[in-house]
Design a protein around this ligand. Sequence first.
Ligand code: IPT
Length: 977
Amino acid sequence: MTSDPLLALRPWETPEVTSWGRLPMNAVDRRSGAHSLDGDWRFQLLPAPDAPVGGAWSSSYVPGVWTMQSIPGTDDLPQYTNVRMPFAEFPPRSPAANPTGVYERTVDVPAEWAGRRIVLQVGAAESVLLVHVDGRPVGVSKDSHLAAEFDLSEVVRPGARATVRLTVVKWSDASHIEDQDQWWHGGISRSVLLYATDPLHLADVTVRASRDGELRVDCRVRDAGGALPAGWYVSGELDGHLLTQDGEFDRANAEDERVSAFLGEARLRATIPEVRTWNAETPELYGLTVRLHRPDGTVADTSYHRIGFRDVEVSGRDLLVNGERVYIRGVNRHDFHPLTGRTVSHDDLRADLVLLKRFGFNAIRTAHYPNYPALYDLADELGFYVVDEADIESHDHAHEIADDPRYLNAFVDRVSRMVLRDKNHPSVIIWSLGNESDYGANHDAAAGWTRRHDRTRPIQYEGAAKLDWAATDDASDIACPMYAPIEDCVAHALSGRQTRPLIQCEYSHAMGNSNGTLAEHWAAIESTPGLQGGFIWEFWDHGILQRVSDGRPAGRAGAGLYEGGVAAPGHRWAYGGDFGETIHDGAFIADGVVFPDRTPKPALYEHREIAAPVRLECFRHEGVVIGNHQHFRGLDWLSADWELALADGGTLTAPAELPDLRPGETAAVPVPFTLPPDGGEAWLTLRVTTARDEPWAPRGTVVCLPQVRLRAPAPASSTVAPDRGVEVDGDGLLVHPLLTAAPTLSLWRAPTDNDELGHMALRWRSWGLDRLVRKVVDVRRAHGRVTVLAEYAAEVGVVRHVQVLTPVEGGLRVEESAELPDGLDDVARVGSVFETVAGLDLMEWYGQGPWESYPDRAFGAPVGHHRVPVDTLFTPYLRPQESGGRHGVRHFTLSAPDATGLTVTLDEPRQVSVTRHRAEDLTAVGHHDELVRRAGCVVHIDAAHRGLGTASCGPDTSPSHLVAPGVHRWSWTLRVL
Ligand code: IPT
């Protein structure tokens, strides 16, 4: 039996114990003026929490999880599981083998802190924290993503040295409610601070600021010395204007002095005339300083807050911000970094939010725990609506835990601590009770506390509302399903039964090459009252930078060893299973809209356009209609240029004058170009950029590229040149000086994550589409033209492929048809694939681009003339898969620096890809470092290409983007430059 009372409590298997000796959570920011205890700490990793400390000390960097630091003598590495727990024990038990980190360092307590209250703050520790100072027990805390504070006034001596020991137990009863879909780590992931206050101090400050300018500030004052002395008072200052104590409240309190002195409450009240309100478009903030005064007027304590005046309410089936039904263009975001796992800097957080702003997002769900404190400051400043989510996910044992009274404390503790910390942020508009934890009495308890404590914000919880979206008596004010088919959402909104807003807490799963049908979702949302948006799953691909040589995380030494989404040679982005774990969920951890180094994936351009604040409505007579699609502001923060992209010419540009439009208004403006008479296709784009520097974008940053077609293409023609002949080999395969592999039929793509997890790839393999063998049946020559009939035998029937090769002026026309038997009722593509000689390293095309696009993800890729090096056409999704496609290509050129090469003209806009990899190259490997680039180009021209959908978690593509059986025809003309 241990003599240490903290160990004797065995807090790692006692869910009722959520803390011991921990101070209440509050919203007073103590970061400035604090002493940082970050840096190297002495460190030992024990095999279990009750194992003796006594081995050799190494060192660990704080803040940081030990699983990412490759500390000599330790071998506890990251492990990824989604739903299932990484160990077999049932709640509240944890495994006997339970890595426990002991962190120790000496601290010089400043002599000038004599007589002050001294507080230790541990920013975050997972999953159980035990604190000792000079061997004396100080406290215990759980709740891995919120800070824990301990009063050390009685255990340290100012002017002396103290030894602080932080023991962090990795697995516990709390792990069962922190079963989020992410890497498991152990350690101290956020900063450790030591600070001092006057014994008489501000214990908490609660600010309510509404859109009508009413300001209410409630202060809690405490005295470490015991009862509050008489005569103290608070004052406030809002951007230079003094606020004074609420006299009426003081009078009421004076009548019962005992109550007043014990509770130590004070209030400030003010009405701000002509207040500038806060919203995500114009995030107006005011600086509020609250001061606590001693009777002689000197200042005992200060608390600074940046506040915003705004209202949030649910009214019927609308969520209103300042009375406006705003669209929620959200993303789910974890705290993640490829070198540290969980520890991020202020600059990292700012970079995340700046990028989201640039791609049209206005909302963040802090999936699935309270994020770093600075995230909320940045959301206030840059303008985001935040759904703040408590650290509760009991996914694997959800049903048992939701009603287990042993976990009741933990649920209320976690939700209330989040609310107490974040209540003053204007950005936080909704509290979330957690994720994927079924629904039980423990949720209702947490919701009850929250509703009483903060009447100014709605609550949401997916698990409560999912039983019945139309219910009115559960713990959720919003129906917030995940991955619901958009048809179901529309049907609900049209059913007449809808009782509350419908905002999906997760939708459009971004795993690999994904986010198909995003535009269809938003077309439905914007045309259906009752639907208000959702949060894409998710922001990050959580790939950890790993050294290939020893399989360890690169850690902080890996800084700079990646670029443009790709890991440097000798490194790779690790996903589940790459650290030798036997229990894991593979690449499901790589499901974000950015790569692990924050490089945007092409899907973000799709989102940017869907979220466009300015849109071109339609084309009438000689004008186009411009619309302002924002909620709160005009267009004066934007500037714009017109671009006219002519299929048979170049691109013309002209400056554009944006009309003065209020939200929701439209105006017709003239087109500043006269179309050339020669008839080709013409597209008009409004290139909208920031007119001046914004906090999230320098002047000139592209905001959106809305587009309308001014003229349809004229029918193409080419003259047959029968004298030249076409050369084919004995198998009827085209012989051409620039092709190293002749065009053959392709019905296969390297399965995307959606194809694999949605089980389409399984069917394709069972049909043999990944290994079709071509058999030439007939080759006929007539008038210089060659007709080749080939057959490809699948398991469900034979595909007949006819290729007619005709010499034309300057080149060769290829007319093809493929007849798919009925059994092939859902294939990835029907088209041609061929390979070129090396050296054709530049692709230029007229079509959609410049970024990657697919049939169901092509809204944000404008038609124009594009030019991209072949090596960068490919998108390096973490697990290699189909990528690099360009939708709606009309013609393209592949050329060498000396301008030699080839050009292809298509019969109609087609899906085309040009990469260095054949589908089978991509299918064969699990990581990019295993891929070998081909020297030439692998070119696909598709008559039909299946949509991407989001079937790795959620709906597949829509039926209109499936490839049907039957006859497909396409043709293209190949010319040598
Ligand atoms: C849902 C989870 O909430 C989220 O954390 C993540 O796992 C996502 O799915 C998929 O990546 S839960 C799922 C079982 C619907």
